[in-house]
Design a protein around this ligand. Structure first.
Ligand code: GLU
Length: 469
């Protein structure tokens, strides 16, 4: 029987849910799903000073928003401290770890000497072979792992290929501090082992940790998982992704009006490819994803491409869902009503509106006019269109619109064409001032559907307000 594949996302709740981490979560999720395995979530909250409940909530919210749900209840690393300690003591009992009684001063001196001699500041093994009875009675000690001294450690990384490190590069790292708390490197291994994680997929900034963590697997005689280290996401200029490039966290993208499907689709395509496939549904992602499609070089964030992909997903999105989101975004905007009337107008106009918007924020901006009250305010371009001649024309048109029956897009289109023809205008000469009168701007979906969405009374009221202004 083959073992079930189990992956995990293990964020530290110390800040935002960065898109690099979100992508690691997505890859872990897709890998597990693709192979019929399980995806787990572990909150690495052992750093009590830096971990916050708010950051935990952001992780839960962000993952939920992206549709990345763990198959088991999340594990909080901090709740497993006893178990981490138990394993450390076990390693001690096995002779795979030892007590180190070095004082902070001694460690400082060790570092300084190493630096002065041009060596990396590693622990020099002072207590590795020393008899613990030499320690002053009752002195505090840390527990250190006995690192291999010879040979090399090799991992066959599922993304990076074979990576080797000479064991002389590894030092006897602390697994239990002198205050009795387990270290992060140790906790990760114990948790991954106990959670039966078979594949550790994470950012390649953890590659050096992997070599250190492997010492613990070996010392405990545990089966080590497979590793896949993902290249990081850089800014468009190749530098480390930072604020100046644009949004970086999942919540920022959500607030800027990106759809979760689009963000996931983009993050997947960033650094993973399957032929020319660009727009992929979650089902297709699960069907096609595997680690062999992940590239080795850092990806560059391309905000324009994300925007494009978002536009594609916007057009695919359900109208009621978009309507609900837009209403939320409009709520509280000055002069914009978000009542049932606006909802109904939005629902009717949504097919037209969503064609033109690349984000939910743009969609909300373009839809705000539906919830405004007469008299509207006009931008400069709209103002210009509402010339005295245009106003006269609108007055005539209002009489025809008042009699339109039924007040549907089809009938309105027919009426406008007929009106333009009989008055010797081009259709645009009628539609443009009319659009200005309806929206206060010069852009909207087709004028026929826009009018139908507003309804006859409102259309006449908006024309009337222009004529009076
Ligand atoms: N907690 C680590 C982080 O947020 C991840 C550790 C891991 O994936 O092993 O960077």
């Amino acid at each position: 029987m083959t073992t079930k594949i189990r992956t995990r996302f293990a964020p530290s709740p110390t800040g935002l849910l960065h898109i690099g981490n979100a992508r690691a979560a997505l890859f872990n999720f897709l890998y597990a799903r693709h192979h019929g395995g399980e995806f787990l979530l572990r909150i690495e909250d052992t750093d009590r000073e830096r971990s916050t409940q708010q950051a935990v909530d952001v992780i839960f919210e962000g993952l939920k928003w992206m549709g990345i749900t763990p198959d088991e209840a999340p594990v909080f690393q901090s709740s497993r401290q006893e178990r981490h300690t138990e394993v450390a003591l076990d390693l001690l009992a096995k002779g795979q770890a030892y007590k180190c009684y070095c004082t902070p001063e001694e460690l400082k001196e060790m570092r300084e000497t190493a630096m002065a001699e041009g060596r990396p500041p590693r622990y020099n093994g002072m207590w590795r072979d020393r008899d613990p009875s030499e320690a002053p009675a009752g002195a505090p000690y840390a527990v250190r792992i006995r690192a291999p001294r010879e040979g090399e450690t090799v991992i066959t990384d599922l993304v990076q290929g074979e990576v080797r490190v000479a064991n002389t590069e590894l030092d006897d790292m602390i697994i239990l501090r002198s205050d009795g708390t387990p270290t992060y490197q140790h906790a990760v291994v114990v948790d991954d082992h106990d959670m039966e994680v078979t594949h550790v997929i994470r950012g390649d900034d953890h590659l050096t940790n992997t070599f250190r963590q492997l010492m613990i697997y070996r010392a405990m005689g545990w089966t080590q998982p497979q590793f896949a280290h993902l290249p990081l996401i850089h800014g468009p200029d190749g530098a480390k992704l930072s604020k100046r490039h644009g949004a970086q966290s999942v919540v920022e993208f959500r607030d800027e009006g990106y759809l979760p499907e689009a963000l996931c689709n983009y993050l997947l395509r960033l650094g993973w490819g399957h032929g020319d496939a660009e727009i992929l549904s979650r089902d297709e992602q699960i069907r096609l994803f595997d680690l062999d499609g992940v590239g080795r070089s850092p990806s560059r964030m391309d905000y324009a491409k994300l925007l494009h992909i978002n536009g594609v997903w916007m057009r695919e999105a359900d109208d009621d869902r978009l309507t609900a989101d837009v209403l939320q975004r409009l709520a509280g905007r000055e002069g914009v009503q978000t009542d049932e009337v606006t909802r109904e107008r939005l629902r009717v106009l949504m097919p037209g509106l969503k064609e033109r918007a690349r984000t939910l924020a743009e969609l909300a901006d373009s839809a705000a006019f539906l919830g405004r009250q007469v008299p509207l305010s006009f931008d400069a371009k709209a103002e210009k269109l509402l010339s005295p001649e245009a106003r006269t024309m609108l007055g005539d048109l209002a009489r025809d619109l008042a009699a339109a029956d039924p007040f549907t897009a089809e009938e309105i289109d027919r009426l406008l064409r007929h009106f333009a023809e009989t008055h010797g205008h081009k259709l645009g000469q009628v539609a443009q001032p009319l659009r200005a009168a309806m929206t206060g701007t010069t852009t909207s979906p087709g004028i026929d559907v826009t009018l139908a969405a507003l309804g006859r009374d409102e259309v006449l009221a908006r024309i009337g307000a222009v004529l009076r202004s």
